[in-house]
Write a protein that binds this ligand. Sequence first.
Ligand SMILES: CCCCC/C=C\C/C=C\C/C=C\C/C=C\CCCC(=O)SCCNC(=O)CCNC(=O)[C@H](O)C(C)(C)COP(=O)(O)O
Ligand SMILES: Nc1ncnc2c1ncn2[C@@H]1O[C@H](COP(=O)(O)O)[C@@H](OP(=O)(O)O)[C@H]1O
Length: 310
Amino acid sequence: MPPVTNITQTHPIAGHLDMVNKRLNDIARRLKINKLELLIMLTYPVIIILGQLIWLVAPAESSMNYFTSKKNIFNVYFVKQGWFWTTMVFGLFLFSVMRDSTVVRKQHGVISCVKKFALITTCWFFFSQWFLGMPIMDRIFVLTGGSCYNVSAEKLKNSEYFKLMDFTIEDLAEFTNQDNDYYYSSSISSRQCKSMRGRWYGGHDPSGHVFLLSLSTTFLMTQLFEFYNSITLRKKLRQFKIDTENHLKNREFVPFLKSLFLDYPIVLLLMLVGLWLWMLLNTTIYFHSLLENLAGLFFSYLASLLSFQI
Ligand SMILES: CCCCC/C=C\C/C=C\C/C=C\C/C=C\CCCC(=O)SCCNC(=O)CCNC(=O)[C@H](O)C(C)(C)COP(=O)(O)O
Ligand SMILES: Nc1ncnc2c1ncn2[C@@H]1O[C@H](COP(=O)(O)O)[C@@H](OP(=O)(O)O)[C@H]1O
């Protein structure tokens, strides 16, 4: 009898995927999180590496692109007010979940997701706004040798925290004028420094943008999949498309907006996540060093991991 060939033998790629899958399960188990949470968290290092590659291979981009400007409208009106937008979209999403009769295990899910939001809001506040004075990110900057330099005498407030600069820092020399006195301080926050037109210079400055964008995205995506799976999500998006076509055909703009904000805020949530990821890519291409971006990500991971324990 001829030897029987094993036609069910798996393809070598399937074997590799199986190994990757086992490895991911392993890491997720050790971190006490689920695989979806792990996969979402792994997207950020990929974006940061992509940003570094773009920066390396296309340096000209950085002088021509609209997104290189700190004053671009997405930065000024969205990222700089990023926690406000995340709160709004999350609030609308939660409200729609509470009204959605197709969602199961609602009460438990809603309570735990409000607790998670309260926790990550506290983390955001301590890291980037205020932590018994200076926020954590500014404390790291000052502890690693950074200060606020080049504050001119006429802009100076709280002069007891400042010392006269009787030296010049080569990199900052262009900003100083030989005829005036300039001051420096390591006791004020980056926001106060900016308000006095000082230069935040010399320390390790973890990226607040990377922190906020990755923490918000992780929270919004994990909460989305807390209440919907890929099938129910696709069904909802298909229904949104049908409803929108009907509204627009009949020129019903107000009912369209009402349905977008009250019935389908998942669309707003996905749009905000898209914008956050795009802005994150831009931060990693044009702003900060790789290490400072990774430090922002590290603190956002800590906050997310804490929230996953609730
Ligand atoms: C619509 C109703 C919402 C209902 C929400 C439902 C449940 C709430 C559950 C719990 C509530 C717990 C706490 C929530 C309380 C308040 C939420 C916060 C409200 C705000 O967001 S107001 C503040 C808005 N400010 C910002 O968004 C500033 C964001 N910017 C920054 O953090 C920084 O600029 C930076 C880190 C991006 C960059 O730093 P710099 O480079 O500028 O130094
Ligand atoms: N994606 C982006 N688009 C525009 N500006 C960005 C940006 N990411 C970071 N920046 C700017 O780079 C600086 C450092 O950001 P961060 O420390 O939060 O990562 C900030 O400048 P300003 O503080 O002068 O606004 C911030 O506005």
